[in-house]
Design a binder for this molecule. Structure first.
Ligand code: GLC
Length: 500
């Protein structure tokens, strides 16, 4: 099929089949387009927040701001107000007999709760405001109160001191047991993006209400702040400063504990163990034997990446594609580190891209690990589904991360990145329509359509449209996911954190 007809086909699938209306207005897209409307498939007829991230970003590029705003408002209405889950956003929702029914994990297979959905909501809200210029929406009390509830979930006392968010197994796109409990990369990177976004949105409101002067420092002498009616503003100022402090800690923590390259691996292999006290070299008491040998070739001499998880004595060195691409897109890693990451991905292209870009994580859990850690999960067999399967919906995240980078940094490596983008785009053009826009692909090179894959999966279709847009229509739109920069917040005058 010619490229232009393919784009038209994908667009009509999105607009005519995937996006659904409630009360006459589009509320979001279902996860996969059913072949037969009476035969609903598990929960794939629901509107997942995570699956709608690419959809909404594409709609923003198409100038369809109203749909995106309505989606964000609908999710906000569904933000939980129950005592134990207050502030969380649902994984998915669906209209049943005129009512929206949300799933916060209480209906999900294995009862997993998606932490990423809540983090994505605020990131998407920020991207929407940046792109549409709708500061009025950002400054509504619904949005600002929603952000406060969300921040309350993150910025509160716990039993731990680390700035990472501790979550159960399967709390993100990988929503089944795959030994991704604890501090999985994707959640930490989304946390970073979510805090940046929340601070940016609070700042807009404070500016709109005249509480921030032109140098963007908070006017603490403003008499309004002493008025009890302004309790929300007090919370906003307090949480904003706390979030900035948290962001700084999170970034240094991630760069210290998650980022590896050949040199760093060699250092950590030779660290002492069983140390106690304030300043030790091996805080998480990691034994050399936990560092896998495949890293030697995987890293080469120029590669670097963020490892999958940091836990006491049990680091997870698996490579997770989405967390790494987002780490670059949100500038959690420096531009030099971004270049090492793209080198690593280029060098390992036969694993990560292969016949269907991109592999979700590498390497798979096998044998005893698969049995024990997934609980004999047949959907997550080695090389299948989340366990190193290939997901075409991930490719646009790679495209955006690399294009953002190459626009800012001129380097001889840009040619190599461009080749990788073009070649893999061609592969998608060829294979996706042939394989009916399947959800995922199995096997070490991703040739086989996933054994349980849905066809006409929305984020596969939209991932293709986004890639086409970024590579062929307007590469400078790769700035659409630019979030407020930590550097710009650093200079704000902050109230004293001790005065809770
Ligand atoms: C599966 C995926 C999840 C996705 C959902 C809907 O549960 O694991 O990431 O959001 O399907 O497509």
């Amino acid at each position: 099929m010619k490229e232009e007809s393919l784009v038209q086909l994908a667009k009509s699938l999105l607009y005519k089949k995937a996006l659904v209306k409630v009360d006459g207005e589009f509320v979001g897209a279902i996860a996969s387009i059913p072949r037969n409307l009476d035969n609903q498939d598990l929960n794939y007829n629901e509107i997942f927040i995570r699956d709608n991230v690419p959809v909404m970003i594409y709609l923003l590029l198409e100038g369809k701001f109203e749909i995106v705003k309505h989606f964000l408002n609908t999710c906000l209405r569904l933000q939980s107000d129950q005592f134990q889950t207050k502030g969380i956003f649902p994984t998915s929702f669906v209209e049943i007999k005129g009512k929206l029914i949300a799933d916060y994990g209480q209906r999900a297979i294995g009862r997993v709760c998606s932490v990423d959905a809540s983090l994505w909501w605020v990131i998407l809200a920020c991207i929407y405001v940046n792109k549409s210029g709708d500061r009025t929406w950002a400054a509504t009390s619904q949005v600002q109160i929603g952000i406060q509830h969300l921040l309350n979930l993150i910025l509160h006392p716990t039993f731990r001191d680390a700035p990472t968010l501790f979550v159960p197994d399967g709390a993100f796109m990988i929503d089944r047991a795959l030994d991704v409990w604890g501090n999985p990369l994707e959640i930490q990177v989304l946390l970073y993006g979510a805090l940046l976004s929340a601070v940016g949105l609070i700042q807009i409101d404070l500016e709109e209400k005249g509480h921030i002067n032109t140098q963007s420092s908070i006017d603490l002498h403003n008499p309004d702040l002493r008025d009890p009616k302004n309790a929300l503003i007090g919370q906003q100022i307090y949480r904003k400063s706390y979030a900035i402090a948290w962001l700084k800690r999170l970034r240094s923590y991630m760069l210290k504990n998650y980022w590896v390259n050949s040199k760093i691996v060699q250092t950590i292999r030779r660290r002492p163990t069983e140390q106690y006290g304030d300043s030790v070299a091996n805080e998480y008491n990691i034994q050399t034997e936990t560092i896998p040998h495949w890293l030697q070739e995987w890293l080469g001499d120029q590669g670097g990446y963020l490892i999958g998880n940091v836990r006491t004595g049990r680091p997870d060195f698996r490579f997770f594609t989405l967390g790494n691409c987002l780490g670059a897109t949100f500038d959690l890693i420096s531009s030099e580190q971004q270049r090492s990451l793209f080198h690593l991905m280029h060098q390992n292209q036969s694993s990560l891209f292969a016949q269907m870009p991109m592999r979700i994580c590498h390497p798979p859990l096998q044998s005893e690990d698969w049995r024990k850690k997934t609980g004999y999960d047949r959907k997550n067999l080695p090389w299948c589904y989340h366990n190193a399967g290939h997901w075409p919906c991930l490719f646009w995240f790679f495209a955006i991360a690399t294009l953002r980078h190459t626009h800012r940094q001129s380097s001889a490596d840009n040619l190599m990145i461009d080749r990788l983008l073009q070649d893999n785009y061609e592969l998608l053009v060829k294979r996706l329509p042939q394989q009916n826009w399947a959800e995922y692909f199995d096997g070490p090179n991703g040739v086989w359509v996933g054994q349980q894959a849905r066809l006409y999966q929305t984020w596969t279709i939209v991932g293709f449209l986004l890639t086409h847009h970024l590579l062929k229509v307007n590469p400078s739109d790769s700035n659409i996911m630019d979030l407020p920069s930590l550097k710009n917040f650093a200079s704000s005058a902050l109230p004293n954190l001790e005065n809770d």
